[in-house]
Design a protein around this ligand. Structure first.
Ligand code: GLN
Length: 545
């Protein structure tokens, strides 16, 4: 598309958790399918500089980008839907906005002026929004504002949107996502909360152009017109967003409602190519019509909070769809796993995945799970802490280092098989002290990893402080656990495998961040296929409806 970048703002009203991220990603997918280039950005109104220091109980998974930014999990959806990498510029928090403004103030950049929310904070927000557009590669930048309209902390963002809309006119568009609650006693959907939410937005000077209404039931006749009348929007710009079976249905549901067409026309684009969603539909077909099923145990300490392992769950599902297999995840709480109950908990599973994590809570259970997978030859994938636990387990139970540990868990162990790199010692500040983002890795010619990736040089994203301690490399190798992937610069161990096991891989990196609908990740595909081989369960073909 020629001409300037168009900016689309997505705000939410009535309640949180309506799925702004999925709506933004779905709209982006539809625009991309019509041949446009799109980037999506998430603005988070909290004061943490990034979500890296946030407990998953607070905010779910922390997603990591190629350039090593620790970001909101919505960026994971953006990448999975679009198959386009995001970066630090795609996630900005109030903490980062203030940090930038305060740094400039200290540098004297404001020339003696009083530094204020308006214009300095709002200018910084506008600069962050336009930074993506200025790259000159995107036809559309979709900016999703976290939280709900009316929150005190999101006020500067709404003001920045108001100013941008005023200044850029036709190049900006605002989408507001609301909820139509269903009253079961009268069997009706209600529009009043939507009207109030739009009023709140109007009081901040922002007129929404498109309303997306989340609903459990189909909208009643005349409801779109009623909402349109009360909220100053066109009736065809009131979009019904019905609860879907899976998030991957949402782009097609939005296409049926013509969300992308309405957006394009409102932005003054009247001629556009048809959307090509063939690949997407093919994925959905495989995803929804599995020929077999496979049960994978996911061992972690946040299993009551599935969002903590969002990317892993999605990566398993992408891999399942590519093999036309339904992946059932059994969530296994690592804190409750013991030598006594491990066989009962994990028996019958086709594969065992041990999740990443920080701190010692639940690690003994992870070690038990790995011992079980190793001894019973169950396909195993260990990710980050999961890989480190595999090294500890092997040290304790095969090499006889009874107190083997990571120095993260036991600083005084006589066998620090996982330890901190020299250069990282002495850093006290928790934010940004980790090995973060993409690093290259070279795979050994004869390795299982090489067979799985079908190439020798790979690049994967990291997020950790501790590493395999190379002082133990040869002892491990002799005893049957070897380093099959190495970082060529630092000689750091990135992958361990067992020689005497059909499928056992521990990776220091996070392959889950790179799995997308268009490109399911080879490690997850390999793992799911190994699991299918270990325990094959065929499904009866679905009856035609
Ligand atoms: N806690 C471990 C480390 O810092 C592993 C981190 C992770 O699993 N992401 O090295």
């Amino acid at each position: 598309m020629t001409g300037s970048t168009k900016y689309i703002f997505v705000t939410g009203g009535v309640t949180s958790s309506l799925g702004k991220g999925i709506i933004s990603a779905s709209l982006a997918k539809l625009l991309q399918a019509r041949g446009f280039t799109v980037s999506i950005q998430k603005l988070d109104p909290y004061i943490n500089v990034d979500p890296g220091t946030l407990n998953p109980y607070e905010h779910g998974e922390c997603f990591v980008t190629e350039d090593g930014a620790e970001t909101d999990l919505d960026l994971g959806h953006y990448e999975r839907f679009l198959d386009v990498h995001t970066s630090q510029a795609n996630n900005v928090t109030t903490g980062r906005i203030y940090q930038n403004v305060i740094r400039k103030e200290r540098e004297g950049a404001y020339l003696g002026k009083t530094v204020q929310v308006i214009p300095h904070i709002t200018d910084e927000i506008k600069a962050q929004i336009q930074a993506l557009g200025r790259r000159g590669i995107y036809d559309f930048v979709i900016t999703e504002v976290g939280g709900t309209v009316g929150d005190i902390e999101s006020l500067p963002y709404m003001e920045a949107i108001r100013q941008l809309k005023w200044k850029k006119g036709k190049d900006c568009l605002s989408i507001h996502l609301t909820l139509l609650p269903y009253l079961s006693t009268t069997g009706e959907l209600k529009t009043k909360p939507t009207q109030h939410s739009v009023k709140e937005l109007l009081s901040l000077g922002v007129q929404p152009d498109v309303l997306v209404c989340r609903t459990e039931h189909p909208m009643q006749k005349g409801m779109k017109e009623k909402i349109a009348l009360f909220c100053n929007v066109d009736a065809d710009a009131v979009i019904e967003s019905r609860d879907a079976d899976t998030i991957y249905d949402v782009p097609l549901l939005m296409q049926e409602e013509k969300l992308d067409e309405v957006v394009l026309r409102k932005l003054g684009i009247n001629a556009f190519p048809e959307a090509d969603l063939e690949q997407w539909k093919d994925f959905l077909r495989r995803y929804k019509n599995p020929k077999s099923e496979v049960r994978i145990g996911l061992v972690g300490k946040y299993v009551e909070l599935k969002d903590a392992y969002k990317s892993i769950k999605e990566a398993l599902e992408h891999a399942g769809a590519s093999s036309e297999a339904k992946v059932h995840i059994k969530w296994v709480h690592s804190e409750k796993l013991t030598a006594k109950n491990v066989a009962k908990q994990l028996g019958g599973l086709a594969g065992i995945l041990v999740a990443p994590g920080f701190g010692s809570r639940g690690i003994e259970g992870k070690i038990e799970a790995i011992k079980y997978a190793r001894e019973n030859k169950v396909p195993f994938l260990g990710i980050c802490l999961g890989m480190q636990c595999a090294v500890i387990e092997f040290g304790r139970n095969v090499l006889g280092y009874t107190d083997a540990n990571s120095t993260e868990m036991d600083a005084d162990t006589t066998h620090p098989v996982i330890a901190m790199m020299e250069e990282q010692k002495g850093i006290a500040d928790k934010g940004g002290t980790m090995r973060l983002g993409a690093y290259p890795c070279r795979l050994e010619e004869s390795s299982l990893a090489k067979r799985v990736y079908r190439r020798r040089d790979i690049s994967e994203r990291h997020r950790h402080r501790y590493e395999f301690n190379n002082a133990y490399l040869s002892a491990y190798n002799k005893a049957g656990m070897w380093a099959s992937g190495i970082n060529p610069q630092g000689k750091l161990v990135e992958i361990v495998e067992l020689k005497d096991h059909p499928w056992f891989i521990g990776v220091q990196f996070h392959p889950e961040y790179r799995s997308t609908v268009a490109k399911p990740h080879p490690l997850f595909i390999g793992f799911v296929q190994a699991a299918m081989k270990h325990h094959f369960v065929e499904l009866a073909p679905k009856e035609e409806a």
